[in-house]
Design a protein around this ligand. Structure first.
Ligand SMILES: Cc1ncc(COP(=O)(O)O)c(C=O)c1O
Length: 455
């Protein structure tokens, strides 16, 4: 399965081709610019790790709809289940007349999320909605209002999720006021240590600051939950040291504060195990999942300790479309595919491949500040100067544009827009990973040459 040697990229026209260029004009006239797109190519079909555009160009996809296609575009098993369910019924609203797929999927998540305690799950339609609901449940259960979130985090674009998000431009600027009772701390971002310390000698000062937050900003007794991404997604694929989680969770436990893990981007084997929390030994009270859960259909889940999830009374949770039957049918197949495709192993293998291919890149490209990540969740942070670590946002845009011209779909991340992130479908063949990284290497070579090679 993993032996593709032929090129996955076939370009018939320059990017964008004429048909895409025409649709782009129509789009500009009819869709607000706030909904931006990274590439001006319009999709015709997609399969595995490739996308064909309306001009017949075939591109290699290292983005998977921003982490939604861990099992590849249009996985055959999910497609059959989607078709079958669509022929039975499309929507009744679980809050009116329930159906089996919703319950079976809840059982699956309860069994497979970290923590051996009894759990319950309900479904909504987007990641942001899941985040909002996790906070609702935590507040209801604890009867506390405050929530602590982290700098460089991303939790979504709805008002409460946006209030939790730790990046102003383009997400928050101009969209205030934000929800009250959200407090913020720096994350465990070692490359840009908020305290100018060096791991491991730092004694995880960033996590220990939680105690001083209780002195300076909000008393612990008023805090319902701490919400974090186990690895920052939009924030630049930053994984804190494992001790960070131990310190944060033990402080939370001491004060009766719930732990909410946002696994929307890290879930479904992106970092190796099914959920990233597993590799840090964390058992969150509530875990939110979305993105790769249902092969690209809009579905998100809130899973948590049964006694917490049962706190709100009947009617307190839900939503018209939450847990759509077609999306649930797809998600059930995704869980099977995770096992049959050995997606965890595959993720680790992709990570190893990435590591071996990029090993000598920092020596060759002074633009590279750090290469990092876990499993297949890999990224490269670019800096103008390794000593000052000044973010190389402009150069990052140029590298991405050079990749796009060559037919590789890849996007950036990071508070300063200077991180290149890889979210390739995990079913991509080794040859496809190698091809994509070859394109990225060419793009880096081009931009580095333009910039000069001083460190
Ligand atoms: C970690 C994380 N949380 C929440 C969200 C929001 O999800 P959605 O865009 O489905 O609302 C995202 C989306 O990128 C995310 O990466």
């Amino acid at each position: 399965m993993n032996l593709i040697t032929e090129s996955s990229i076939h370009l018939l026209t320059a990017i964008p081709g004429p048909r895409s260029a025409q649709l782009q004009k129509q789009r500009e006239a009819s869709v607000p610019r706030g909904v931006s797109s990274v590439l001006p190519i319009f999709v015709c079909r997609a399969s595995g790790a490739t996308i064909e555009d309306v001009d017949g160009n075939q591109l290699l996809d290292f983005t998977g709809g921003i982490g939604c296609q861990n099992t590849g575009h249009v996985p055959a098993e999910a497609l059959a289940a989607i078709r079958q369910q669509a022929e039975m019924f499309l929507h009744t609203c679980f809050m009116v007349t329930p159906y089996e797929g919703y319950v079976r999927l809840a059982e699956e998540l309860n069994a497979r999320t970290p923590g051996k305690f009894p759990k319950k799950t309900f479904f909504v339609s987007s990641g942001a909605e899941a985040v909002e609901n996790a906070i609702k449940v935590a507040r209801h259960f604890t009867r506390r209002q405050a929530v602590i979130a982290f700098e460089d985090s991303f939790h979504g674009r709805t008002q409460l999720a946006l209030s939790l998000t730790g990046k102003s431009n383009p997400y928050k600027a101009g969209f205030g006021p934000f929800a009250p009772e959200v407090y913020r701390m720096p994350y465990g971002y070692c490359y840009r240590c908020p305290h100018n310390l060096t791991y491991p000698g730092c004694d995880i000062e960033c996590a220990r600051r939680l105690e001083s937050t209780f002195k300076r900003h909000i008393e612990a007794e008023a805090v319902a939950a701490v919400i974090f991404e186990p690895v920052l997604g939009e924030g630049g694929f930053v994984a804190p040291p494992p001790e960070w989680f131990q310190v944060v969770t033990s402080i939370c436990r001491k004060h009766g504060i719930l732990i909410i893990a946002d696994e929307i981007q890290t879930g479904f084997c992106r970092t190796g195990p099914l959920f990233a929390c597993e590799q840090f030994g964390i058992e969150p009270d509530i875990i939110v999942t979305a993105k790769s859960i249902a092969a690209g259909l809009p579905l998100a889940a809130v899973t948590g300790r049964a006694e917490i999830m049962d706190s709100p009374g009947p009617g307190g949770l839900g939503g018209t479309f939450g847990g759509n039957p077609v999306a649930c049918a797809a998600a059930l197949e995704i869980f099977k595919a995770v096992d049959t495709l050995h997606l965890s192993d595959r993720s680790r293998r992709i990570g190893d491949l990435f590591e071996s291919i990029t090993r000598d890149w920092p020596a060759r490209f002074p633009l590279i500040g750090e290469v990092r990540g876990l499993g297949a969740m890999r990224a490269i942070e670019l800096v103008k100067d390794r000593y000052t670590k000044e973010p190389a946002g402009e150069e990052t845009r140029k590298v991405l544009a050079a990749c796009h011209r060559r037919g590789l779909i890849i996007i950036s991340a990071g508070t300063f827009g200077n991180v290149i992130r890889m979210l390739v479908p995990l079913v991509a063949a080794d040859g496809q990973i190698e091809e994509g990284l070859r394109v990225l290497e060419q793009a880096l070579t081009e931009v580095q040459a333009e910039k000069g090679s001083h460190i």
